[in-house]
Design a protein around this ligand. Sequence first.
Ligand code: ZN
Length: 330
Amino acid sequence: MNLELQGLHHLTAVTGDAPGNVTFYTGTLGLRLVKKTVNQDDVSAYHLFYADEKGSPGTEVTFFDWPGSGPARPGTSTIAATSLAVPAGSLGWWMQRLTEAGVEHRGIDQRGGRQVIAFADPEGQRLDLVDAGDPPSETARKDGPVPSEFAIRGLHAVTLTVADLGPTAQVLTQILGFRPAEGYDGPGGARVAVFETGPGGSGAEVHIITDPRLPRGRVGIGGVHHVAFRTPNDDEHHQWQHRLAAAGLGVTPVIDRYYFRSLYFREPGGVLFEIATDGPGFATDEDLAHLGERLALPPFLEPHRAEIEAGLRPLRVTEVSTSRVGGGVE
Ligand code: ZN
């Protein structure tokens, strides 16, 4: 059988300020907090999941709350930026929203034939909003501060920085089944290579900047921990595990993350990759109408709820509603 990854599943980054993180991603960016849980390998840390109304794979941006981890250092072996797709024609509205929210940006740039606004979250996490020409999402968050006609559709692409393109490109194309796509000239004129998988296009792209002069980067606050790619079911997930193990990539066993199953490996450029199953999803332990309202714990951690809750700092979620920005539609 021909294994094919179906695009980006989620992106996991690092925050040192969980309350501010919730405010920015649910308020300013208007995503839905679909799961408030803990890092299963470090239960003293929140793991926050933002996504569309249903928590669909491909729309999830997630954060570990690691206030003691220090700042991320940009450089090679990192994910330098995360691109989020917005509906066709909505960047003008977003430019105004970011400006009114006090988020610095340089307006709309052209990148590889697409219009983009580059900015950062309050901790320096580098983000882009990209107009890939698609209509508004049918599964956009309901009743959020961003009108659904402008709502973020999901992940568009991740941009890796590596010191040497060859080994990373080889694993992407020879092992993971990605196809080379048309690259573009990035900021500073450096050529950015693009690879796509599955249906290709928005939501299924990996962009790669090659710059051997940069120091090796470091994961920390304001940086990305890993990116995950989609596989539809457990059968294919196990086949990926075997394929990656056979390729000598040091892949982990399949790990049950309860909302999906995961496996992890480091690509040769040093970036942590994950392959995750589409299911079972976030409504597996909470009603869809009440996702993310209470601390959710997978069954194996539920017996330890009292001590886990005692070890977490309180997370008071105040959504700053700036929906009045919606007046000036372009
Ligand atoms: Zn992950």
